[in-house]
Design a protein around this ligand. Sequence first.
Ligand SMILES: [Zn+2]
Length: 431
Amino acid sequence: MPSITVQAAGSPKIDGERLNSTLHHSCQWGATPDGGMNRVALNDDDAKVRRWLIQEVEKLGCTVKIDEMGNIFGIREGKNPNLAPIGIGSHLDTQATGGRYDGILGVLTGLEILRACHDANYKANAPLAVVCWTNEEGCRFAPYAIGSACWAHTYTTEFGQACTDADGITIGAELERHGMKGEHKCSHEALPLSAHFEVHIEQGPILDYAETPSPVAAVTGVQGLRWYDIVLQGVGAHAGTTPMELRKDAVIASAKMILEIEKIAVDFKGKATSGKIGSNGQPQAYNCILNQVELGLDLRHEDEETLEKMSQEVVRACQEIAKKSGVQIVKWDEKMRSEAMDFDKVAVEHIKGACLRSGFKRFDIVSGAGHDSVYTAMHCPTAMLFVRCKDGLSHTPVEYSSPEDIEVGAKVLLDAVLSYDKKVNGRPETP
Ligand SMILES: [Zn+2]
C-alpha cells in the first residue's frame, strides 16, 4: 500500500486509530443489534450525539455556534480573524435502517482535523469549523438536507422548522425539546463559510470494484435529477375472454416503457430507475386485465443539457408505446428537479492534488446522490472527497468502510483543506 506524504514537523497529523474509535464511540447513540444505526434526525439519540459533539469541540477550545435550524458550527480560531471559517461538515443523522458511516464519517473527520490542529498547535489562516448539518437524510422529515438548504436560503427557516414527521411533530418542536434551536440566524449571511469540504462514503461501487483500487476519489460535481409521476390508463377486461390482440393492457404498456427507458438511459450514458410501480389504487386480480398503472420514474445525468434531451426522448418513446398499445398517458407530472452542478474548480483541484499526493490512483467521480455540499456550493467554494465503501452499499446496516480507508480519507482531506487555505488565504509575501 503506498504511503501517505509525511507532513512537515509541527504540521497537524491525523490519528487514524483515534478517528476510528471515535466514530464507533459516537455510534453508541442509535446503534441497532444488526450492527447498523437508527438515528433519524432529532430523535433522542441524535440529540445525545449532538451534545457529545459539542462537548468534544469545546474541549479543544473551539467556539460553538448553533443556528435556528440546529446546524452546529464548532469553530477553531485562525490567524486571520477577518476570514469566514472553512467548514468541514456533513451529518450525524442516519436512515432508520442506516449504517455507521454515511454522514457520520464526514463530521467525525472534521472533528479529527480539529483535534490534529489542536495537538500540533496549528492555526490555519482561516478559522476551521466542523459542521453538523441537521436532517440530511430526509428519512424522518422531508425534504432531505433541510439544515443546509435553509442555510443556503433555498427554504426559509420558517418552512424548515414547520416540516413534520409522520406523527405531525415539527422540526421546530424537536429542536426546542432538545435545546438545539440556536440563537444564530440560519443563513449563509449570518454564519458564512469561506469554503466547505465534505468527506463522504461513496455509496456506489466504482472505487470498490475498480481494476486499480483506490480508497478515495475526488468528487467533481453532482448529477442532475428529475422525478416523474406517471399514470397509464388502459381498459380493464376479463383475462379469459379478451383476445390478446384486442387488449388495451396498461401493464404490458408500462413494461414496454420501462424497457425502452432503460435503453434510452444506456444510450445517453445516464441513469433511469422505475422504482415505484403500482395500480393507482385499482384492485388487482389474477383474472382481470389491470386498467391503470402508476409509475414513479427517476432520471439522472451529470450534464444538465443531456438530461433534458434524455427526458424528452423518454417522453417521446413512451407516447409512441402508449399509442401502439391503445393506452393513454393520463398523468406525466414532474415531482422534483435538481440541476446537475460542478463543484468549485479551485477547491476540487486541491482535493485532486491531495489524492495524487496520497500515492493512490486518482479517481474523479460525479456524485449520483445529493449531499449537504450541494447546498453549501451555492454560497461558497465547495468540494467533496469520497471514501470507498464495501460493495458500494449504503443506507443499510452492512454499510462498511475499512479503518485503513477512513484514515487515508482523513489524511487526504486534511492535506486538501490546508493546501487550499495556504493558497487561497495565505497573505502574499511583502516585497
Ligand atoms: Zn449522507
